[in-house]
Design a protein around this ligand. Structure first.
Ligand code: MN
Length: 238
């Protein structure tokens, strides 16, 4: 606390002596924040180990947030926009905002759609019915999702999305792109997403991405997915 206070004083002093209008004197705006994990770092074990969670959340996701905040001076619109709005208008920004803004949105979603093994419940009746309608069966949906995760070449994500017409689809995106972005082929509202970057699984699964994707079903928080589906259907109705 004392150290933080001294640091604040030191920064204030620097600002006070900096020439008026100098960029370095402006306080850094940081509109985006790293969300706390909604569970302990070891809560998803044995599916995802604590060390992977610590590095993934505390270093990778934090870096996306820090790098995104560093772009606010260049893109002032970031200061007032929700991350969803940034995604929907990502073609207005540069590659760094696309990569780091996408990274922030994607990881925030990722943490929120997982729960301790066996604690995630099941798809709601409405979501289960729509899965059957659009994929044939729950098993067919899971196969499509696993295929999307397996076939994404290099780093990226696989998604279950609600399309604007209310139908469901499985997609994949490279890097930190996502289905909200106005630059991706198949757009929709993400309901569920799996991170298939090697940093998401390599410590525990090494090169066996399919094993990670298969085990991952045990930590999917269907209660959160159901809520996202209901919100998407409500937004469509409004
Ligand atoms: Mn990641």
């Amino acid at each position: 606390m004392l150290r933080a206070s001294l640091l604040s004083l030191a920064c204030a002093a620097l600002v006070a002596v900096a020439p008026s209008g100098a960029r370095a004197a402006e306080p850094a705006a940081t509109p985006f924040t790293l969300p706390a994990l909604p569970y302990a770092v070891d809560a998803l074990a044995p599916v995802i180990d604590a060390r992977t969670m610590e590095i993934h959340h505390g270093r990778h996701h934090k870096a996306y947030v820090d790098n995104l905040n560093a772009k606010v001076a260049e893109f002032p619109a970031l200061a007032d926009a929700s991350i969803e709005d940034v995604m929907a208008n990502i073609s207005d920004y540069d590659t760094a905002v696309r990569n780091n803004g996408g990274g922030h949105y994607n990881h925030s979603l990722f943490w929120s759609v997982m729960a301790a093994p066996g604690q995630g419940g099941a798809p709601s009746a409405a979501l289960a019915a729509r899965i059957t309608q659009d994929f044939g069966s729950d098993a067919d949906f899971r196969k499509a999702f696993a295929d999307a995760a397996a076939k994404q070449f290099g780093s990226g994500w696989a998604w279950l999305i609600a399309r604007p017409d209310g139908s469901l689809a499985v997609t994949s995106t490279p890097n930190q792109d996502n289905p909200l972005m106005d630059v991706v082929e198949t757009r929709g509202t993400p309901l569920l997403g799996i991170d298939v970057w090697e940093h998401a699984y390599y410590l525990q699964y090494q090169n066996k991405r399919a094993d990670y994707a298969k085990a991952w079903w045990d930590v999917v928080d269907w209660k959160a997915v159901n809520t996202r589906y209901e919100a998407a259907m409500q937004a469509k109705a409004d």
